[in-house]
Design a protein around this ligand. Structure first.
Ligand code: ADP
Ligand code: MG
Length: 244
């Protein structure tokens, strides 16, 4: 325990909660300790990721051990792979029908996350998709794509719009993990935006029985409060300064 604390300190990681999984020493531990396929770890190395970043060291083991987290780490510190790696591993073989869902505030960000998901899932057969424009003529197509996907990335608006269609054949029952990226932006807009987002979150969470993980660059009191009340067994992870 002492040694773990020392290791976390060295990497600027602060973790608060019960029975916190040990931080990763290196990506190889994913193979030896968590049974992640060698080919998936090799993809990381091919991407030029030789060492996990601090947030990856602590968030990856938490998600792999099914722990709900609120993670706060600076921009550019590798948060995307910190949630995509464990999600892609946990999805295992493709089944079709979303089992993991990533929500983020903008289309641009959704596209970036999608590109990283395509890169990191290269060694798997999994299908990842991002919900694009919702022109009336495209709705059927979008639904069909989602039904075939294992991992879906979207803004809350687009997903909720799709879920509200009368025709929907989208089933969210199988979603096991919901990740909210740049959660600070979604929890800290105008009052109206925040209310809308929370309603959307309720809709999504009530249509699936998923675990939740939130990532952001700033510490946000409204997230901390919401998480304390809504996330069982929560672990709070902070890397670097609390820049809020
Ligand atoms: P954040 O979401 O925290 O702002 P990103 O996930 O966008 O950060 O990652 C920032 C950059 O760091 C990206 O170019 C990504 O490819 C790269 N990156 C992620 N993880 C690692 C790693 N372990 N080693 C080296 N580069 C990494
Ligand atoms: Mg990011």
């Amino acid at each position: 325990l002492e040694e773990q604390n020392h290791f976390r300190n060295e990497h600027g990681i602060k973790a608060v909660g019960r029975h916190i999984p040990n931080a990763l020493r290196d990506f190889n531990e994913l193979i030896t300790k968590y049974n992640i396929s060698r080919s998936m770890v090799e993809v990381l190395l091919q991407c030029g990721y030789s060492e996990p970043t601090p947030i990856q060291r602590q968030a990856i083991p938490c998600l792999l051990e099914n722990r709900q987290i609120v993670a706060c780490a600076p921009t550019g510190s590798g948060k995307t792979a910190a949630f995509l790696m464990p999600l892609l591993h946990m999805l295992g073989a493709p089944q079709g029908g979303p089992r993991a869902l990533v929500l983020c505030p903008t289309r641009e960000l959704a596209n970036q996350i999608y590109r990283e998901a395509i890169r990191l899932s290269a060694s798997t057969q999994l299908r990842c998709s991002v919900i694009r424009s919702l022109k009336e003529s495209k709705i059927k197509e979008r639904e069909a794509t989602i039904r075939k996907s294992d991992l879906v990335i979207s803004t809350p608006n687009r997903l909720c719009y799709l879920l509200k269609q009368d025709t929907v054949g989208i089933n969210m029952d199988k979603v096991q993990w919901l990740v909210i990226d740049e959660a600070d932006k979604l929890f800290e807009g105008s009052q109206e935006e925040v209310d809308t987002f929370r309603q959307q979150l309720d809709v999504i969470l009530s249509s699936c029985k998923s675990r939740l993980a939130m990532f952001s660059a700033t510490h946000t009191p409204s997230i901390a409060k919401w998480a304390r009340h809504n996330m069982r067994g929560l672990i709070n992870i902070t890397v670097g300064h609390r820049n809020a």
